[in-house]
Design a protein around this ligand. Structure first.
Ligand code: PMP
Length: 397
C-alpha cells in the first residue's frame, strides 16, 4: 500500500488563493484589493529607494555569506530594540532574535509558549489575521477569542474586549494584541483605551504577545509604538513580533524579529538561551540579506531619513486613498456612508460588504476582495477610483 496515497488536498489559503484567481482573470480593468501589499500610483509594489541604495552598498562591502548567529546579527538586533522600545528601555531586559518575517517571529513566540511556559492559553481578537489561529494551533496552544470589533463592524468593542479579558482569562494566559493597524479591521484602540487594556493585562497577570506588523503605517514610527510603551508602563514582561515586510517593502526577503522583555537581566539571559535553542532546531539561523539591508539603512543617517520619507509617503498615500474612496462613493449617490473608513488605520478596513456582494464584485467587475469584506486600501488607485466606486455602488444597491 502507498505511504502517501491517502493524503487529501488541503484547502487553498483564502487570501493567497484569491491572488491566483486574480492572475488568471483576463479583464484588463481587474483590481486586486485582497492581499496585504502596498501598491504605488502605477499599481506596482516598488523597491524603496533606501533599500536599493543599501543593497548597492552591500554588494560593494559584504565580505561573506557565512552563517549569522542563531538569533541574528547584533547590529540588526540593536536597531530593532530601539525601533520597538525606544532608546530608554534597559537593554539588558530585552532579548531580540531576528526571524524570517513577522510570521517567523510569531511562530517562535508560539514555540516558546509551548515549550517553556505551560503550554500557555492564547487569547486572540475576534476577528484577527487568519494566520494567527493556525500558527498557535501548530504549537498546540489552546486558543480563545476576545471580542474586538463592535456589532456595527466599524468600531472597537472596547467594553466587550475589556470584559472578556477581565472575566474569562486566567493569570498566566497570553493575550495577542495588534500594536497598530489591526488586521483585518483597521480599528485600533485609542491611547486611553490602551491604558485600560494595560491595566487589565496587569491586574489579571496576563502575558502580552504583541503583533507589530505595520509600524509606521498608523500615525508614525514612534507614535505607533506608544501602545507597546503603554503596556510596558504597567507590566514588565512582554513578547513583541515585528515585521519589516510592509514598512521597508521587504516582503519576500523575510525580515522580522521576536523581542522578549523580561523583568530583569538575569531572566533575560535564560530567556535568550531558550529562544536560541528553539530556533536552532527550527531553521537553525536566519537569512542574511534582508536584515543586512535594514541594518545598513538604520546605520546611515541619510538612508534613515530617506526611509522615513518613503514610509511617510506610503502612509499618507493610503490615507489619501481612504479620503478619495469616501468622497467618490458619496458622489455615486449610492446612499451608503463610508466615512468610518477615515477613522481606521493602516492598509485594511472592513468594508461591511457581505459575501454575496463580494462575489458579485469579483464575478461582474473583476474586483477581488476577501470574503469577510476586508479591503486592502493600499491596493486602490487614484485612476481606478471611479470604476471601483461605481462597481461598489452597483453591488450595494
Ligand atoms: N501579523 C499581521 C497582523 C500581518 O498582517 C502580517 C502580514 N500579513 C504578519 C503578521 C506577517 O508578516 P510577514 O509577512 O513579515 O511574515
Amino acid at each position: 500500500s502507498s505511504h502517501l496515497g491517502g493524503i487529501q488536498v488541503a484547502p487553498p489559503d483564502a487570501i493567497l488563493g484569491l491572488t491566483d484567481a486574480f492572475k488568471a482573470d483576463k479583464n484588463p480593468d481587474k483590481m486586486n484589493l485582497s492581499v496585504g501589499v502596498y501598491k504605488d500610483a502605477s499599481g506596482q509594489t516598488p523597491i524603496l529607494r533606501c533599500v536599493k541604495a543599501a543593497e548597492r552598498h552591500l554588494v560593494e562591502t559584504e565580505a561573506t555569506k557565512g552563517y549569522l548567529p542563531i538569533d541574528g546579527g547584533p547590529d540588526y538586533r540593536d536597531h530593532v530594540r530601539t525601533l520597538v522600545f525606544g532608546s530608554e528601555i534597559d537593554s539588558t531586559r530585552v532579548c531580540v532574535a531576528q526571524t524570517p518575517g513577522g510570521t517567523g517571529g510569531l511562530r517562535q513566540a508560539a514555540a516558546f509558549l509551548a515549550d517553556q511556559m505551560g503550554p500557555t492559553r492564547v487569547w486572540i481578537p475576534s476577528p484577527t489575521w487568519a494566520n494567527h489561529k493556525a500558527i498557535f494551533a501548530s504549537e498546540e496552544l489552546p486558543i480563545e477569542e476576545y471580542r474586538y470589533l463592535a456589532d456595527d463592524k466599524k468600531s472597537l468593542d472596547a467594553a466587550g474586549m475589556l470584559e472578556d479579558l477581565r472575566t474569562r482569562s486566567k493569570p498566566g494566559d497570553a493575550v495577542l494584541l495588534h500594536a497598530c493597524c489591526h488586521n483585518p479591521t483597521g480599528v485600533d484602540p485609542t491611547l486611553s483605551q490602551w491604558k485600560e487594556i494595560a491595566s487589565v493585562v496587569s491586574e489579571k497577570r496576563l502575558l502580552p504577545l504583541i503583533d507589530f506588523a505595520y509600524q509606521g503605517f498608523g500615525t508614525g514610527l514612534e507614535e505607533d509604538a506608544k501602545s507597546i510603551a503603554e503596556i510596558l508602563s504597567q507590566v514588565d514582561e512582554a513578547f513583541v513580533c515585528s515585521s519589516f515586510s510592509k514598512n521597508f517593502g521587504l516582503y519576500s526577503e523575510r525580515v522580522g524579529a521576536l523581542s522578549i522583555v523580561s523583568a530583569d537581566a538575569k531572566t533575560s539571559v535564560s530567556v535568550q538561551s531558550q529562544m536560541k535553542r528553539l530556533i536552532r532546531c527550527n531553521y537553525s539561523n536566519p537569512p542574511r540579506h534582508g536584515a543586512a539591508v535594514v541594518a545598513a539603512i538604520l546605520d546611515d543617517a541619510d538612508l534613515t531619513t530617506m526611509w522615513h520619507d518613503e514610509l511617510n509617503q506610503m502612509r499618507t498615500r493610503i490615507k489619501d486613498l481612504r479620503e478619495r474612496f469616501v468622497t467618490t462613493m458619496k458622489s455615486t449617490g449610492a446612499g451608503h456612508d463610508f466615512s468610518f473608513l477615515l477613522d481606521q488605520n493602516g492598509m485594511f478596513s472592513f468594508s461591511g460588504l457581505n459575501p454575496m456582494q463580494v462575489d458579485e464584485l469579483r464575478n461582474e467587475h473583476s474586483i477581488y476582495i476577501v470574503g469577510s469584506g476586508r479591503i486592502n486600501v493600499a491596493g486602490m488607485s487614484e485612476n481606478k477610483m471611479e470604476q471601483l466606486c461605481g462597481a461598489v455602488a452597483k453591488v450595494i444597491e
